[in-house]
Write a protein that binds this ligand. Sequence first.
Ligand SMILES: [Mg+2]
Length: 460
Amino acid sequence: MTARVLVVDDVPPNVKLLEAKLTSEYFDVLTAFSGPEALDVISREHPDIILLDVMMPGMDGFEVCRRIKGDPATAHIPVVMVTALDQPSDRVAGLEAGADDFLTKPVQDLALFARVRSLVRLKVMMDELRNREATGANLGWENEEEAIIEIDVPVDGSILVVDEQERVMERIAKALDDVGDLTFIAGGDDAAERAREKNFDLIIVSLTMRNTDGLRVCSKLRSFEETRHVPILVMVDDGNTKLLVRALEMGVNDYVVRPVDRLEFLARVKTQLKRKRYADKLWENFHLSMQLATTDAVTGLYNRHYLTSHMETRLQIAHSSGKPLSVLMMDIDHFKAVNDTYGHAVGDIVLKEFANRMGKNIRGVDLAARYGGEEFVVMMPETPTDWAYMIGDRLRQEVCENKFEVGLKSGPIEISVSIGVATSEPGQSPSQLLEEADKALYAAKAGGRNKVVIAGSAMN
Ligand SMILES: [Mg+2]
């Protein structure tokens, strides 16, 4: 996963060093040597991540960060403040300015790449959501509540902490007091199994437990379906690089080093919670758009596109199994007159009620779709012609014998439907089969409407 990283520092050798490191890991690097230059580059180049030095003459890093986060066009770009080790107060100021994470000078490779990768993953999620939101808006889904996505996602989450030391847990509880609900597991080899019991948004694992192999817990968490996509943050002792490298290779998302700096810890927890929230949102959004892409908004039935693509598959099965597939092509009689006489609102009620009665008369395996204006199709797998005819005729009777309640003072209205039945023949495509059904439907209309006609039969 590559990304464009902007490095901002007033000391050129510092910029060169970070540029060299990031380039060697195939990141695309942009540079700036002052606050104003950084803001200029950001507005022109839209980097994915910004590494920002705190101490710069003129406009310092905090002010640059405040401006980035204060501009709606750039507020979503993650900012990593690069602070001096002996200035812990810088972290408070950085968080207040809206920074997403911290790096300490001199910058260690492992920390640099872990932080940048973790924030790139967050940025990728955010960009994808922003794009889909834009697409949704173009397609007119804008007022769907689900489509509303805020950059500043609330970070309350469900967090699991796996550590044997009670003292550490108390401190974590204090540090994360207002970012979420905490659950503690005091180690044990079944820690990962227990993590499957609830939907956690983040799992924090100590890699230095006395009686539990933390790495083993992480590897199990990555293999279980329920926890595979849950972010993992590990805690390691300072200097235990080997263990940390193995954890990162395993797919752990980020780490903190003991003794843990409370503010860094908080920032990292928030980043992971946000990413999880965005990932969940993307998933919901995906299902929503699938639904919108495959269903008709008025009736809730499948749309024509979904029907024909699914019919392709069903026809292949029918041909290879030798079991016939039948379709009913239906058209509500004189529907234009309903619209013209009572208006489109009543027309929509008729369509919905028709869809409703159709649903009650077909089987679970049948697929009902709105094919066009007042045209509907039911696809029936493993169904011979006479069955399909019987089901079609039962629906026809159900429609014409029970008037439609449409909310008119004058009372319910009479509706009838004409139906064409066709059954698949070897080698037929969806459009050929549908054309046969359409011819039969035409014959039903020509024969006086309120009829069911079988394709290829004499007009009855
Ligand atoms: Mg400086």
